[in-house]
Design a protein around this ligand. Structure first.
Ligand SMILES: Cc1cc2nc3c(=O)[nH]c(=O)nc-3n(C[C@H](O)[C@H](O)[C@H](O)COP(=O)(O)OP(=O)(O)OC[C@H]3O[C@@H](n4cnc5c(N)ncnc54)[C@H](O)[C@@H]3O)c2cc1C
Length: 367
């Protein structure tokens, strides 16, 4: 992943398409327990020694932004990387890429039914992919099909358990004009057990907050044995009430002035976890005209500028051998897949949760 970060880091800083969306606010890797401080924060600090300031006490945290970080930060310790780190405005970058691709001649079909792929098209003997069929019944034929539908990929072709659609949860809180000024430019605190938030959106003045946990799945089980067979994504602009509680606790710890404010928006977002959390960018082994670009595994925005380049290199047969080996089609890894593996993630009760066990959901804008 280092090489991918290198390619994308260069683009976020210098490529005119991406650079406007990189906010070099700094980033704080943090934990609330001693174990995870040693396991995650200390190695992070060692990797960036010259750029890091350690945050050991409530005072250290509050000094970063006295009008904003007013909480007690109970048990929180962190490594604040002040240079060469921050966050990217994913929506802005996607729109800029869309605009540039359109300028270069790409045509987009979006929305439902015309942009909604129901199935891939195969030849009669099912030996070749010929394109895709959308929900409006149209067939889109192509000599080459690139499948990059995130967690939706799994419904279109058999990935042999390599992808696990897993969801995370986020909410927005709008700020007043005068208040937003104080929050502008705050570094991103990422507590591996509690979650993170990002400075307010410049236009809507909404603060984005995510609670941290190993993810939610919508497990499909064998009716007789109860064995997990897969996870099926669904859309919902609400979050489980338990997630709302975690988000509010994160706010109470850090910015209690916001802890009881109404959310303006919430959403479950899906990703596609591979067993080793590395991308899957390869030709399909059975269909020569099908290329796969998926497996975001929770970190697919940051390397966004590198992904297209990797796909192009794959097609031109010049992908760097190490990258090719690491992102290859690899079903052998998933044969004995533990669907409930937390994959090194923390927070909540440290286990992957099943949406079927969720007791209640937020009702934002419903009443
Ligand atoms: C709460 C949260 C926080 C995150 N934070 C970070 C972060 O800090 N840094 C980071 O790098 N990454 C982060 N990620 C992960 C990142 O968002 C994903 O890894 C990335 O979006 C995956 O990219 P993708 O293109 O593979 O899939 P997606 O972004 O999901 O794109 C797939 C697209 O395909 C479309 N699609 C799916 N099925 C179909 C179909 N049948 N027909 C037509 N279209 C279809 C979808 O609508 C979607 O537009 C976060 C994710 C979540 C949920």
């Amino acid at each position: 992943m280092n090489r991918i970060s290198q390619i994308s880091g260069e683009a976020w800083k210098n490529d005119p398409i991406y650079a406007p969306f990189y906010h070099a606010t700094g980033f704080i890797m943090a934990a609330a327990s001693d174990v995870l401080f040693e396991e995650v924060v200390v190695p992070f600090a060692k990797d960036h020694t010259s750029e890091v300031k350690m945050l050991e006490s409530q005072k250290d945290w509050q000094a970063i932004a006295p009008n904003v970080f007013t909480g007690q930060f109970p048990g929180w310790r962190g490594a604040w990387r002040q240079r060469n780190a921050g966050w990217v405005f994913a929506r802005g970058a996607l729109l800029a890429v869309h605009q540039e691709a359109s300028r270069l001649g790409a045509k987009f079909l979006t929305g439902s039914p015309e942009g909604d792929v129901e199935s891939l098209l195969f030849n009669d003997t099912k030996s070749e992919v010929l394109g895709a069929r959308t929900a409006d019944g149209k067939e889109h034929r192509a000599s080459l099909t690139i499948l990059a539908a995130g967690a939706g990929c799994d419904a279109l072709i058999d990935f042999k358990k390599q992808l696990r659609p897993t969801a995370w949860t986020l909410a927005h809180i709008p700020l007043e004009v005068a208040e937003a000024i104080h929050y502008k430019g705050i570094p991103v605190p990422y507590n591996v057990e509690r979650g993170f938030f990002i400075e307010p959106n410049e236009i809507t003045r909404e603060l984005k907050i995510c609670d941290e946990h190993p993810g939610y799945c919508n497990f499909i089980r064998d009716a007789d044995t109860g064995e997990i067979l897969s996870s099926k994504p669904f859309a919902r602009n609400q979050i489980p009430l338990e997630s709302e509680s975690r988000i509010r606790q994160l706010l109470r710890d850090t910015m209690p002035q916001l802890a009881d404010r109404q959310f303006s928006f919430a959403r479950i977002c899906w990703d596609a976890d591979t067993v080793d959390r590395i991308f899957l960018i390869d030709h399909h082994p059975e269909y020569a005209s099908l290329v796969l670009a998926c497996g975001g595994s929770g970190h697919g925005v940051n390397p966004m500028p590198a992904i297209g380049q990797l796909v192009a290199d794959l097609l031109e047969q010049k992908m760097e051998p190490k990258l090719k080996a690491m992102s290859r089609w690899r079903p052998e890894q998933a044969e004995q897949r533990n669907w409930e593996d937390s994959q090194g993630r923390h927070g909540a009760n440290e286990t992957v949760m099943d949406f079927k066990n969720v007791k209640g959901w937020t009702r934002i804008h419903e009443s």
